[in-house]
Design a protein around this ligand. Sequence first.
Ligand SMILES: *[C@@H]1O[C@H](CO)[C@@H](O)[C@H](O)[C@H]1NC(C)=O
Length: 266
Amino acid sequence: MLPAGTRTARYQRIEEIAEDYSRMDSCSRIFSLYLAVSFVSGFCFALILSKISVGQGLGSYESGFTTEIESLRPAISLVKTQFSGTLRYKDGDHLYIDLGPHGIRYFGIPSSEVDDAWEELIGDHEGEFSGDILGPDVLHSLHCLNEVRKILDSQYYYNRTLEGLNRGRRVHIDHCLNHLRQVIQCHMDLTPVRTVYFEDMNAEVGDFDQAHMCRDMEKLHQWMNKNHAASTDSPQKIPGDRVHRLGYPDTEESMSTWDSREREFD
Ligand SMILES: *[C@@H]1O[C@H](CO)[C@@H](O)[C@H](O)[C@H]1NC(C)=O
């Protein structure tokens, strides 16, 4: 005769099995609930951590990045900006440009009015790039764009034809264009560009006058005007701030050479 224990182990009552199942069920339900809760809370925790570490590690567009001038952070303010200047067609081939709400012309036939607009935009801050004084890259980029604009009207600005300009100035313009390319890629604006249909032209034309989220340039101007005197009196220096003068590419192939017999800039 088999011991009682063995018997009950072999022949388990249906009710007991059901009870075991339901006990196991509730156990596993509790366990899966526990798993789910810990997964979700772990996920949230990781997300919060990553947000904090991204925020602290790299900075952001609205608060300033760690690669930017820290003292200029108070000047950062976001503003929704309606772009203007899309080429529009009217009466068949009549082309016109919308200069936007302020009607300021930055391009086109050169004039003192256009030069004043650029002066207002870049101002005397341009000079900050010549020494060891730091300036925000936005001013350098605008300076570069202005240089490209001026070379297109080289007779007006340099009393020379475009072909008559020396290689050094061309190298400077190439540097500017390459810099602007990197700035544009760096910011990677994802604002959608739509097309509009112009009946007169029977053509779809890109409508670039979209609303963009921008940093408010006006705020930077106000900040710099208020603090400019102080910042030029005691230029903010960082280690290696002369690197831009000494830094050359590692490989010869990546350097564009030009005829050094020409005067570089005149
Ligand atoms: C422009 O250049 C020409 C020579 O190419 C010279 O005679 C003239 O005086 C220059 N004008 C100015 C305003 O410098």
